[in-house]
Design a protein around this ligand. Structure first.
Ligand SMILES: [Zn+2]
Length: 380
């Protein structure tokens, strides 16, 4: 069986950000030229964006419109879930199709923090969470993790390191919440059971697992003293369960995609960056399959590219934010049905090979002026 713990860790590690990041102003023309290099035809390409509904995602959208010469189709739902049931209408609207799928995370250049974004149109131009949808999904899990960090205590009893666990975390009849992986934390008794050596009013104390006795030699609580487990509570020691609506693209789609990775998200130094990376990865893995199987794309050229939008908060006086893109992976389908996946390093190399100049880009100001000039009468 696949070890899901290693899987998530590897997945996060595989998503390189350093040396893979590019400005949108450089990314979009390179993407356009990459499509051209694969035979996509100018004037017949239709882009689509699967972005979060956050207004910060408008800037990349404007650049896509400029370089592809058309406003992109909307393939995205809040939190950058790909609306795969829209494949049919999208496929009808263009010959050569490009889906750009990206989760997003805010970045504040002053504090160098990920996960916040300055809302320059708010009354006090304050910072709020970004992606706000992902922040709302992650918040209750973070709260439960913080509670566990505080309420699992390490103490010494009869010379042995013991783990004292709040009864709320031990209750087995729960269907939701943080569940401890006791075999990582606690030594079994000779019968193979997890038996407490001391019982308190609201908690129980167990002899710590032999591996922890060995690894945590720096931790020396004196007899009768205790300290909270804090950052020593690492992802392989717990998991989360929640009763979620498992309907594909139902109301809990985002949470369903993230819950298995949640121990890594809540223990990350940058939870919203980790959540956005994982969301991009699980959504690509899910959505490219639906695209590869959709009859509507047969006989068409299709590129589905995924990545991460990093929104650099605008400074006061700036109209738009600066957005960076980190490519993750892509799926390419030719008209005669050849299919291939480009992993991050291949995709990055393919983009960097392209020119950042796009002679086909449209002059948006001129296009808008032409659009606004005359009233075309509508006959009723
Ligand atoms: Zn968002």
């Amino acid at each position: 069986m696949l070890n899901s713990a290693i899987n998530v860790e590897e997945l996060l590690r595989a998503f390189r950000i350093d040396n893979a990041i590019m400005s949108y102003g450089s990314f979009v023309p390179r993407l356009y030229n990459f499509c051209r290099s694969m035979g996509f035809e100018p004037g017949r390409m239709l882009p689509s964006r699967a972005f979060c509904s956050d207004e910060s995602q408008g800037y990349p959208t404007i650049l896509i419109a400029k370089h592809f010469g058309t406003f992109p189709f909307n393939h995205g739902r809040g939190g950058a879930i790909v609306a795969t049931q829209r494949h049919g209408p999208f496929a009808e609207h263009g010959q050569d199709l490009v889906i750009i799928q990206a989760s997003h995370v805010g970045y504040d250049p002053d504090s160098r923090e990920f996960g916040t974004y300055r809302r320059i149109h708010a009354e006090r131009a304050e910072h709020t969470t970004s992606c706000g949808k992902l922040a709302a999904v992650v918040a209750p899990y973070l709260k439960e993790y913080r509670f566990a960090q505080r309420s699992i205590l390490l103490e010494r009893w009869h010379g042995k390191l013991c783990v004292r666990i709040d009864n709320g975390l031990l209750r087995g009849n729960r269907t939701e919440g943080l569940f401890l992986n006791l075999r990582r934390l606690v030594e079994r008794d000779p019968d193979g059971e997890f038996t407490p050596v001391r019982t308190y009013s609201t908690s129980k104390s167990f002899v710590a697992a032999a591996s922890l006795q060995r690894d945590w030699t720096d931790l020396e609580p004196q007899e009768g003293q205790r300290t909270s487990i804090g950052a020593r509570l690492v992802p392989n020691m717990f998991s989360f369960q929640r009763e979620l609506d498992e309907t594909p693209e139902g109301r809990d789609q985002q949470e369903l995609g993230l819950i298995g990775a949640m121990p890594w998200i809540v223990t990350s130094r940058r939870p919203l960056l980790a959540a956005a990376q994982i969301n991009t990865q699980v959504e690509f893995d899910r959505a490219f399959r639906t695209a590869a199987q959709a009859p509507s794309y047969r006989g068409k050229r299709l590129l589905h590219i995924s990545g991460l939008n990093i929104d650099i908060s605008p400074q006061l006086g700036e109209t738009f934010p600066k957005t960076n893109f980190v490519p993750w992976a892509a799926y390419v389908q030719s008209r005669d049905g050849d299919q291939r996946i480009l992993e991050q390093s291949e995709l990055l190399a393919a983009l960097l090979e392209q020119s950042p100049e796009n002679p086909d880009q449209v002059d948006l100001e001129a296009a808008i002026a032409a659009m606004s000039s005359d009233l075309v009468q509508v006959e009723l």
